[in-house]
Each structure stands twice: as C-alpha cells, then as structure tokens.
Design a protein around this ligand. Sequence first.
Ligand SMILES: [Zn+2]
Length: 229
Amino acid sequence: MTKIFIDPGHGGNDPGAVGNGILEKNATLQIAKRINEILKNEYSGVTTRMSRTGDNTVSLVQRTNMANNWGADYFLSVHINSGGGTGFESYIFNGGVRAETVLRQKVMHDAVMKQIDMRNRGMKRANFHVLRESKMPAILTENGFIDTASDAKKLADKAYIEKIARGHVNGLANIFGLKKKQTPTKPSPKPGSNNKLYKVQAGAFSSRDNAEKLVEELKKKGFSAFITK
Ligand SMILES: [Zn+2]
C-alpha cells in the first residue's frame, strides 16, 4: 500500500500569500482535497493522509513529524506562488537527496505541466523545511502566482483547480504504478442462462452464414440456440 502524505500549504492564522481576492491557504486546501479525493475514489493500492483538512494552523514541524511518524512514501506539499511572476514551478531539497527524489520531481513536474495551461518555470531546488526535514522523498509545487491577475483568474476557477489536482494525481500514479479501481460493469450473461430455446431454421435464411450469425447473437444474449435445416 503506497502512503502519500498531502500537505496543503499554510492554514489557520497563516494565510500564506494573498492577492486578487484569493488566500493561498484556501487555494492550496482546494487542490490538496481534490488530489486526496481522486486518489481515494479512483485508485487502488494507495492510502493518504493530509496535514490539514480544514482551515487549521499547523506548524512546519508538525507537518513533517506527521509524515515521518506515519512512514509516508512521499511528501507532497502544495503551494501558490507570489512576487509578480507567472507559471508553475516545483522544488526538491537543495542538499543531499536520493536519486528517486530527483526522478520523482521530473515525473511530477511533467505530469502537472501536461494538465495546466501555464508557463513552465522549471524544476528547482531550495532549502525549505518540509523538503529538508521529511525523511521520505519530498516535493513542493508552486501552482501559479496569486498576485498576477491571469494566474489568479485560473486559480479562482474550479475546473482549473481540478486540472492542477489531476496533474498531481497522474504524476503520483506514474511514480508508484497506481492502478485505477475497476469500475463495476454488468456481467455478460452466460450462454444458456436464459431458459428460452431458439431453433434457427437455416432454410429461412439466404445463406447458412446469416443463420449462424443469428445463433451467435442469441447465445451472446444468454439464450440457447441451434440451427436446424
Ligand atoms: Zn506557500
């Protein structure tokens, strides 16, 4: 069972970045909740925990402690940028990291970029607490700039939030080989399960082929059927 720790940035009395009527803490929670829901609803072999599911104040130490104590396989921190730029960028720790941390960043970064219509600001490295103090491979994504009108407009759109979330989920599915849950389909009836019996008269058809086709159709529907002269 793959354990994914999802960390919506900021929360409670820490709003994060603010701009264009949007609070970073709310946008990160929306994205993180959708990532969590999609994983739970659509994928098997994966279990999740979130650092917060509401507007709570959670310290950075609490966030990494939660993930470390749980023994998560991956730490995913979701943020929104600010500072007047535009586009998407991702971060891993700028100190020593495992090779898989670097590989996973590439997979996650490409998967998100594929879903969103935003400038690609590239894969970066930084000394952020959640990246440094998490014992498992970790990534932090910066999903657009809250103080840039065109990015903020996207972040205010539910359909766009969904795209960001889907991108993250696709990356996780690729990294961990997560399988889609089987959607329950109606089982096809077994031949003979329907107790009606059909005798198909070959002579009534222009060719025997046509009579055989009808027999096949009837069998597919669960009827017993055979050809007579
Ligand atoms: Zn942030």
